[in-house]
Design a protein around this ligand. Sequence first.
Ligand SMILES: NC(=O)c1ccc[n+]([C@@H]2O[C@H](COP(=O)([O-])OP(=O)(O)OC[C@H]3O[C@@H](n4cnc5c(N)ncnc54)[C@H](O)[C@@H]3O)[C@@H](O)[C@H]2O)c1
Length: 252
Amino acid sequence: MGRVEGKVCLVTGGASGLGRADAIRLAEEGAKVVVTDLNVEGGEETAHLAGENAIFLEHDVSSEDAWLSVIKTTLNEFDKLNVLVNNAGIVMPATPEEVTNDEWRLIQNINTDGVFYGIKLGISTIKQNGELGSIINMSSTAALVGYPVYFAYAASKGAVRSMTKSAAVHCLQAGYKIRVNSLHPGGIATAMTANITPPPPEMLELMQHMPPGPGIGEADDVAYTVLFLASDESKHINGVELPVDNTTVIYP
Ligand SMILES: NC(=O)c1ccc[n+]([C@@H]2O[C@H](COP(=O)([O-])OP(=O)(O)OC[C@H]3O[C@@H](n4cnc5c(N)ncnc54)[C@H](O)[C@@H]3O)[C@@H](O)[C@H]2O)c1
């Protein structure tokens, strides 16, 4: 029996990086997986890699209508939803003095509004089946420490962190069996970190040499944590902010 056998899991931003790794690990452990993304080619490839229990749906997380359509198709295909991984996100470097209003809005539309719609519709959908549910929100170490070069991104990830805590308490008070937790990866090798411009070489150099081991994580370091939080193994863990960063948050 797989660790998430019988659960239906929806992973946003599943066309690459962390979302792809999440989808594959959840499917491996017996879940039915709905992979969503703007990127159709990458999303279909992830669904193929995850196997016969995975499907792909095109999805812009910044659109509430797109969310409604994805939830409807998920229920048509699999009858229920147990786990939502709010993973889709973008990053753009800019200090508080440099960031433009358009850049700010774009990041909040995707990273903040996208997770807001996910939490809102995820709760109303998951609560219908009466089974244990889990919402996992991808925040960042940027929500925990100062990230001046990623000012708007850090603000959006801070919103994800606090939405998580309020939603966790709401579900508990309402008597829903839905846990809501946030993950805070540090530098993980994905397209996002490879494509950051301008590259922050000093930061990468620092992290590479950070004890006790390599500072740059792998997508599976996050995916196995997602798997744990998706499974009932973590049924007493609720409202937490969990760094997945090999101590970079606390390392001086
Ligand atoms: N890689 C890291 O070091 C790191 C660290 C901390 C947090 N994170 C967070 O993890 C999540 C995944 O990042 P990643 O490193 O895998 O990046 P990635 O760029 O490889 O993947 C992000 C995915 O989100 C999708 N996406 C972007 N905008 C979208 C939208 N509007 N609707 C739907 N999908 C959209 C992209 O197409 C892409 O497939 C992000 O929320 C990111 O902020 C990553």
